[in-house]
Design a protein around this ligand. Structure first.
Ligand SMILES: NC(=O)c1ccc[n+]([C@@H]2O[C@H](COP(=O)([O-])OP(=O)(O)OC[C@H]3O[C@@H](n4cnc5c(N)ncnc54)[C@H](O)[C@@H]3O)[C@@H](O)[C@H]2O)c1
Ligand SMILES: O=c1ccn([C@@H]2O[C@H](COP(=O)(O)OP(=O)(O)O[C@H]3O[C@H](CO)[C@@H](O)[C@H](O)[C@H]3O)[C@@H](O)[C@H]2O)c(=O)[nH]1
Length: 347
């Protein structure tokens, strides 16, 4: 049997793509997910163990059953805007969730973890592109929870010998190039899927959150990184964990920023469809610009992103959104996914 790895949050957007890449590389990805925001149908490359990060008995049982070699920890709440209005929800799930996981790893004698961190740990950048030495000054509770998690990993490395790599993703985008997976948050808050849903006629328009930022067109700039490229970085981080002790952090981005208006324009180009926009108030907790310097991931991990073009990212997400089998529910903004068994039968 292939060597198991525990993938918390493996039923979610990025975790499911990473599971596919892990299986292709010969691992057995064991998903541990409470399905609060994930989907059974997205777990296709290994077993699904339904459970919550803070369910100590369940975690212990799953670790005992599979005896994984390492953990890839994606499970968390992810919406920066929501974290501003409900910070407790974020600290409870993201920080206590990791604490619980680390304790379970300790009980199981497991010492390797790849952690999903974020560009949000930097806050409003003092300089761009942002490298890993940039001050860590989050401007929303979501980013603060991830910074606390990174600190936890540093402290557990010293005290308990836990080896960790924190991958600071910039904005995950796109979908599996083979069309087998994609982004399906409910409700969706991310710009690219929302823009594409507007192009598909599933939404009447897209909101632009603020046009008075200190950027060329006044809208926020982000560095969009293809989810398949993120997946490859996890394989490299696992390699790193077998050689290196302690903890380290790497940015994952392309080093190119696109404004909200540029994303909308690119989506019009890629889909050939009109997309109506309406300018609304700025969303609290949004830094004006986030662009990565991912030089260390390239030099130290050997990471080579292959899908850097925004148009390609949009094309893959569009292929996923418009694939046969996806149809609107009664709620025109929601999308129905086929059940896992249906997918298995049709593939
Ligand atoms: N999407 C991005 O652009 C982005 C950028 C930077 C960092 N990240 C980080 O990457 C990770 C994955 O993001 P995503 O976009 O795939 O999110 P997602 O919501 O699609 O996936 C998260 C998964 O974790 C599960 N989960 C949440 N809380 C849980 C709990 N207590 N116990 C068990 N399972 C739980 C959810 O059900 C879901 O399947 C997150 O940690 C996020 O903070 C995401
Ligand atoms: O309907 C929308 C949705 C978003 N935006 C803007 O688009 C940009 C991107 O927003 P979104 O797609 O929601 O991503 P972020 O808020 O940048 O956060 C994502 O990217 C971060 C890393 O940069 C991760 O940490 C988060 O988990 C992930 O949700 C931001 O400026 C938003 O204000 C709009 O204008 N209209």
């Amino acid at each position: 049997m292939a060597t198991p790895l525990l993938v918390t949050g493996g039923a979610g957007y990025i975790g499911s793509h990473v599971c596919k890449a892990l299986a292709a590389a010969g691992w057995l990805p064991v998903t541990y997910d409470n399905l609060s925001n994930g989907h059974r149908w997205a777990v296709r490359w290994g077993p699904l163990e339904v459970g919550d990060l803070q369910d100590r008995a369940r975690l212990d049982a799953v670790l005992e059953r599979w005896r994984p070699q390492a953990v890839l920890h994606f499970a968390a709440y992810i919406a920066a805007g929501e974290s501003v209005v409900d910070p407790g929800k974020y600290y409870e799930n993201n920080v206590l969730g990791l604490l619980s996981l680390l304790a379970a790893m300790g009980r199981a004698g497991l010492d390797r973890i790849v952690f999903s961190s974020t560009a949000a740990v930097y806050g409003t950048p003092r300089r761009v592109p942002i490298d890993e030495r940039h001050p860590l000054e989050p401007v929303n509770p979501y980013g603060s929870t991830k910074l606390v998690c990174e600190q936890l990993l540093r402290d557990f490395a010293v005290a308990h010998g836990i080896r960790s790599v924190a991958l600071r993703y910039f904005n995950a985008a796109g979908a599996d190039p083979d069309g087998e997976l994609g982004e399906a948050h409910e409700p969706e808050t991310h710009l690219i899927p929302l823009v594409l849903e507007a192009a598909a006629g599933l939404r009447p328009e897209i909101a632009i959150f603020g046009e008075d930022y200190p950027t060329a067109d006044g809208t926020c700039i982000r560095d969009y990184i293809h989810v398949a490229d993120l997946a490859q970085a996890h394989l490299l981080a696992l390699d790193r964990l077998s050689g290196a002790e302690g903890t380290d952090a790497f940015n994952l981005g392309n080093g190119a920023g696109f404004s909200v208006r540029q994303v909308v324009e690119a989506a019009r180009r890629v889909t050939g469809r009109p997309i109506a926009v309406r300018v609304r108030a700025a969303r609290p907790g949004d830094p004006p610009v986030l662009v990565a310097d991912a030089g260390r991931a390239r030099s130290d991990l050997g990471w080579r992103p292959r899908h850097s073009a925004l148009d390609e990212q949009l094309a893959h997400a569009w292929q996923w959104l418009t694939a046969p089998g996806r149809r609107p529910r009664a709620d025109p903004c929601a999308i129905v996914r086929p059940a896992a068994t249906q997918i298995a039968n049709s593939s």
